[in-house]
Write a protein that binds this ligand. Sequence first.
Ligand code: AMP
Length: 441
Amino acid sequence: MTFASLGLIEPLLRAIDTLGYQTPSPVQAQAIPAVLAGRDLLAAAQTGTGKTAGFALPLLQRLMMEGAQVESNSVRALVLVPTRELAEQVHESFRQYGQHLPLRTYAVYGGVSINPQMMKLRKGVDLLVATPGRLLDLFRQNALKFGQLQALVLDEADRMLDLGFAEELRAIYAALPKQRQTLLFSATFSEAIRLLAGQMLNEPLSIEVSPRNVAASSVKQWLIPVDKKRKAELFLHLLRERRWGQVLVFAKTRNGVDQLSELLQAEGIVADGIHGDRPQATRQRALDRFKAREVQVLVATDVAARGLDIDDLPLVVNFDLPIVAEDYVHRIGRTGRAGAKGQAVSLVCADEVQLLAAIEVLTRQTLQRIDEQDFEPDHRVPQTDASGQVLKKPKKPKKPKTTGSKAALGRWVESEAPAQPQVKAVRKVPSFNTGPRKKKP
Ligand code: AMP
């Protein structure tokens, strides 16, 4: 199959060619013709599957071929994303795919001054990528009108709900014209997502790309048992002894990010950190420097776990295991992208055994344990396996904070994995409610 056979126009094919894409990924093969035909979409697809091009290419084409010229303060297509970093990244994809088309695209998000965004919107934009909170601010300040809106994309919808954007989504939904095309992408399908889909989509085509088999994927995963208080020491030791190059490190808390990056800097390592408390400009600069390989170690909370596309990243380290098992899959998805080989190492202490068990159940694998000499823990990490059983409880077991649920992930460069549950039929319901707002990571 070729991109041309999917019905894409020449300026888009030229852009794809420049980017070196040869064959459409499965999600693209299914989504592109459906979106071109004007259908709504409910897609179980993850970052790394090529989903961005799956919606961006046909949307750009529709914007080119249909609809009137955009009016001032108007927008013709809207892409909602959960984080500022993802907004920048998705917008960059639109810019690349649309480089030969005379369309105006733009991205808006919080954490930066709203005034330049209001100025930019005055002329109107054909396609706007936005985080929900800032979009609503702009709408409420009359900087945006939705009368011309023809298409809406909810990208990483599960993440938007996890981050507590349900209220904002509801308010945005109420402001949009009822006649429009809607595309919803989500890695997981909770009840809340189904309710959202039921309200927003009209007879959608359901797409599920073959789930990603993290066990047999191009990412080699293992864990090193270690005492909690020696994690930083172990990380430094590994970095030096194994001559690690660039590493993306995930820590649980903002404090943890700051402490580790400061410690690394004090040891003469070029390290930086990103988390939700840092101003947007600082976060973006850290990410840009990491992508440009000016920073060796980037320490991040899960705000960086999703969506970020960093070329050739060889190694991801879980300094702390994530509280939500699915985040493990997103974290390690930052490496081994587009067929490249990657490694994911987790430094696991006894307290984290229940989190480990949840990850193993979710990924249907028992992570290989490799002891590091001189770092064997005093507090043993009980044996776990993919059945979810912790074979011997630690002396003082902590209450599990969460258990894993099923993620439907996919990537076209990898082999088929056992099928995940199908996306259930979408129910029509009057409203959606996702409970209390959680703190952003
Ligand atoms: P996404 O899942 O949209 O974040 O895309 C993941 C990565 O795959 C990005 O670096 C894209 O540039 C790349 N990509 C998307 N579609 C293709 C394709 N058909 N062939 C090769 N690479 C692709």
